[in-house]
Design a protein around this ligand. Structure first.
Ligand code: ARG
Length: 587
């Protein structure tokens, strides 16, 4: 248990002994000179019991026997303040230094988790709207693993939907597929450029041209039924597309255990539909197969454009469409079949989590309800949609190019590399592409992850790339500096003892960082780790600016400094590793 939770436990027990059974919580103090932790609940509790808050606080504190680890005091009007002794702080540092996890604890009960993130669509270029999924997904995967969970990461490519039929049909009409229909004898090489041209054209056309849309539906169905030559062409398109997707995810540092797609759930589609039908859940509606998933009395909140708007609601959840009018599979079909597949392939999955755009909320509610009603997902299995907010441009609207098109991920990556390069150049640092990539991508990831996952944020590269403030480069730079100090210092670490207030601040920041992992785990958002990581780096920077370390003559003191710096290094590296932010050698 983290120290802060132990102290919270002590206060709860003391309050109970004093006859008050209420929830007391302990937080990190915002007046570090005065104390390290504080409990501010006495006001509210005293009000409830109609007693004097100051007396209540004293009564609780008097139940806690004196000890050598901390001093506990009541400050007027009714704060309980806890200050750790220097001895305890030093003991924490010396213990964490010897511990592989630096004071973190694995969960006693590990869970088996399938994480569904990435979600790139075959035949379409990856764009800005897909960026947050691999960034958050990779981070959550590493966090869960660090805390002991068994995680299976699946990229779940979108490769069984209408975009396939649309793209093929467009390529066909552009004369690229003649070979497959016996009109020429030379087999064409389908290129990424062809796909990047065909899909947007076809997608725009389907909204205006009903006939084209119907035909694309037909072609999609032929692919899904594996009819030739449609299926062979599909495999070709999939191959070309996935090569690029892999490159994009590699640049972002996102890795997966499974490179499955919607198409891999195909063998489970009929089985899933049969289960749903056998349970009597399916009905026909205009030729399509639907499942009513609405719940009595349910109101669905309509997303607010602005937090000050009053909350409005829409009517009950629309039915889930599980089969198209022409018998084809759609998005909900493959997601339901995939849950069936995951449960058959991996036994005893505790949680399946999806890191997908928050605007797909309705889709996931529908899919999850169908799976629970049909027993495709066992009762005690958690199905969770972690909906991320929109990445906006400076105009507050979803990030687009000047001409209003979606921004390709490859273009974002090139932009990150060139901006990071400019920065390094202006700092007179020699660099290569790999270094600029680490800094550029690190900047973007931190700029993203520092925001609570569900919140929208503004994509502001200049801000993200600043070497000062709450940014990725600032943290990377802190580690580059620490590494250079440790290289130069020429002295072993020795037993750590507390010498000054700046060190106290560092240790407090380490405690805060350690407890942020649990918060992140529960919130399913990495923002708390990002903030705590920044606080530690900035506490370190103050310490470093105020004390000479490399030239310190007193070797006991110097050795103590080195030990603390080593712990800061371990803790920052551990955090950046969870966030999947790489550390350059120089910057
Ligand atoms: N391909 C989907 C999209 O672009 C995202 C897939 C998310 N995962 C899932 N199991 N539905 O919107």
């Amino acid at each position: 248990m983290q120290l802060i939770n132990e102290i919270e436990q002590l206060i709860k027990i003391a309050a109970k002994k004093a006859g008050i059974e209420e929830s007391f919580s302990v937080s990190f103090s915002n007046m570090p000179k005065l104390c390290d932790f504080q409990c501010n609940n006495c006001f509210a509790v005293a009000k409830k019991y109609n007693i004097n808050p100051f007396e209540l606080a004293n009564k609780i504190v008097s139940q806690i026997s004196s000890n050598k680890d901390f001093v506990i005091e009541v400050a007027k009007p009714a704060f309980i303040n806890i200050k750790l002794t220097d001895k305890k702080l030093a003991e924490l540092v010396n213990t964490y230094l010897k511990d592989d996890l630096g004071g973190l604890e694995k969960h006693k009960q590990k869970q088996k988790v399938v994480l569904d993130y990435g979600g790139a669509n075959v035949a379409k270029a990856l764009h800005a709207g897909h960026l947050r999924s691999p960034i958050t997904g990779e981070g959550l995967k590493r966090l869960y693993k660090l805390l002991g969970d068994e995680v299976i990461a699946d990229v779940h490519l979108g490769d069984w939907g209408l975009q396939m039929g649309l793209t093929e049909l467009q390529l066909f009409e552009d004369g690229i597929l003649d070979f497959y229909f016996n009109k020429t004898t030379t087999k064409p090489e389908i290129t990424l450029e062809m796909l990047n041209d065909a899909y947007p054209k076809a997608s725009a056309r389907k909204d205006k041209d009903e006939k084209f849309k119907e035909k694309a539906d037909e072609w999609t169905l032929k692919i899904q039924r594996k009819e030739q030559p449609y299926y062979d062409i599909y495999k070709e398109i999939r191959k070309v597309s996935i090569e690029k997707i892999k490159e994009n995810y590699k640049d972002l540092g996102a890795t997966f255990d499974l490179w499955y797609g919607e198409s891999d759930a195909e063998p489970y589609i009929q089985k899933a539909i049969n289960i749903i039908k056998e349970k009597g859940l399916a009905k026909e509606s205009n030729g399509a197969l639907v499942v009513d998933v609405a719940i009595e009395g349910e109101n669905i909140p309509i997303d607010k454009k602005d937090p000050s708007e009053i909350q409005r609601y829409k009517n009950p959840m629309p039915p889930a469409i599980i089969q198209k009018y022409n018998g084809g599979a759609l998005y909900a079909t493959t997601d339901i079949a995939t849950i069936l597949m995951r449960n058959e392939m991996f036994k005893n999955v505790d949680r399946i989590e999806y890191i997908v755009d928050a605007r797909q909320k309705t889709h996931f509610i529908q899919v999850f309800r169908v799976c629970k009603m049909a027993g495709i997902s066992p009762k005690d299995q958690q199905l969770i949609h972690i909906g991320y907010g929109t990445m906006n441009g400076k105009d507050g609207k979803p990030f687009k190019t000047r001409s209003g098109d979606t921004v390709k991920l490859s273009d974002i990556i090139e932009l990150l590399i060139s901006k990071a390069g400019e920065k390094l150049k202006s700092n007179n640092v020699q660099y290569d592409r790999a270094t600029a990539l680490k800094i550029g991508v690190g900047a973007m990831k931190f700029g993203d992850l520092i925001n609570y996952v569900g919140k929208d944020y503004v994509f502001d590269l200049d801000k993200f790339l600043s070497f000062e403030g709450k940014t990725g480069p600032y943290l990377q730079y802190s580690l580059v500096r620490i590494n250079s100090i440790l290289n130069k210092v020429n002295c072993e670490g020795k037993i750590f003892t507390v010498n000054n207030e700046e060190e106290r601040n560092i240790i407090r920041a380490i405690l805060k960082l350690n407890s942020s992992y649990e918060i992140a785990y529960n919130e399913k958002s990495l923002s708390s780790i990002c903030s705590a990581c920044y606080e530690l780096a900035s506490a370190f920077s103050t310490f470093y600016n105020n004390y000479k370390i490399i030239n310190e003559k007193d070797l006991t003191k110097k050795g103590s400094y080195i030990s603390l710096i080593k712990l800061v290094k371990t803790k920052l590296e551990q955090a950046l590793n969870v966030l999947a932010i790489e550390i350059p050698q120089k910057m």
